[in-house]
Design a protein around this ligand. Structure first.
Ligand SMILES: [Zn+2]
Length: 317
């Protein structure tokens, strides 16, 4: 089978043996996978296939009878056996492995995954929209940290796909939502959804927001988020802050002075996301920037590296 892997010189399409399902695993034939622009431009785990957002059909499995089902998977594979998994906290599994980092993701014709990580896609939900379950699941997980009393003021710092989904989810939950971004084309989407938006450089630091979602790791954005938050507000770290900390050294002082609750959010509510997508409850079609065949991966990754890209879809031939 063909498998795309990261190498120091870029992306390589390789010919690999078909994966074999070990005990408890299923082999999934990938029909669609999304390229996250961060994967196109960011750090790569060499020799590993990227791809955490995908849809496929189970082609072989051990006992469990999943053959023929359309599925997607959690990006974080849990062991199901450690104390945290057994306590229902599999997102914090002590032995978890991340797709596209510690094990192969879905930029391949087939991928073997534990059956426990798979989620069946409801009838009526097409493959294109189902690919967004992981991103929407992250937005729903973050939203569940927010205590909704009255109509809270919520600012979303960042304008990537998870940020825009968080904006839609929080608007539906009766919050007064504002997106602070940098990419002009995203503002048009916010208009379509009735979400307020501003360029991040044009906003005052009024310390009046009840909740701030940090969906960007751009240097300085965490500090902006903390300065927007009112005393005793909640600030949710939705994006991993891999680039931001050096420039955000004064952020901790703001955190202390305003007694802000800073909460990390990295889980995914996949079952809830699939239900919401099946009822067309959020607009994900607008987040699909372009689509390519798997064989056109070089063009697809070049498109994903452009700043106006939210997601690029790769389709099996
Ligand atoms: Zn575990």
């Amino acid at each position: 089978m063909r498998k795309l892997i990261a190498s120091p010189s870029g992306w390589l399409l390789t010919e690999s043996p078909d994966p074999v399902a070990r005990a408890g695993e299923a082999v999934v034939r990938v029909t669609r996978a999304l390229i996250d622009p961060q994967w196109a431009t960011g750090a790569r785990a060499s020799g590993v296939s990227p791809g955490r957002e995908f849809v496929g059909t189970v082609v072989s499995t051990g006992p469990g009878g999943l053959e023929g089902r359309r599925v997607m998977a959690s990006a974080s594979i849990a062991c199901s056996e450690c104390d945290l998994c057994r306590a229902g906290l599999s997102v914090h599994c002590r032995n978890r492995s991340e797709l596209g980092v510690a094990r192969d993701g879905a930029m391949a014709e087939r991928v073997a995954l534990p059956a426990t990580a798979l989620h069946e896609i409801p009838k009526g939900l097409d493959d294109d929209r189902a690919c967004f379950a992981s991103a929407l699941g992250r937005a729903l997980h973050a939203a569940d940290f927010v205590r909704l009393e009255g109509k809270p003021y919520v600012t979303i710092v960042g304008d990537d796909a998870v940020a825009l989904l968080s904006a839609q989810v929080m608007t539906q939950r009766n919050a007064s939502v504002r997106v602070l971004g940098r990419e002009e084309t995203r503002f048009g989407l916010c208009e379509k959804w009735g979400v307020k938006h501003r360029h991040i450089d044009q906003v005052g630091r009024r310390a009046d927001q009840d909740v701030v979602f940090v969906c960007s790791d751009a240097p300085g954005d965490l500090e902006i988020a903390l300065r927007l938050a009112r005393p005793r507000a909640t600030v949710l770290l939705v994006a991993p802050q891999s680039r931001s900390l050096e420039k955000d050294h004064s952020a901790i002082q703001v955190l202390h002075a305003s007694e802000i609750a800073l909460i990390g959010s990295r889980g995914e509510r996949l079952a809830e996301a699939l239900r919401l997508l099946a009822t067309d409850g959020v607009d994900v079609r607008s987040l699909l920037t372009a689509r390519y065949r798997f064989s056109q991966y070089a063009d697809a990754f070049a498109r994903a590296a452009r700043p106006d890209t939210l997601r690029v879809l790769l389709e099996a031939a």
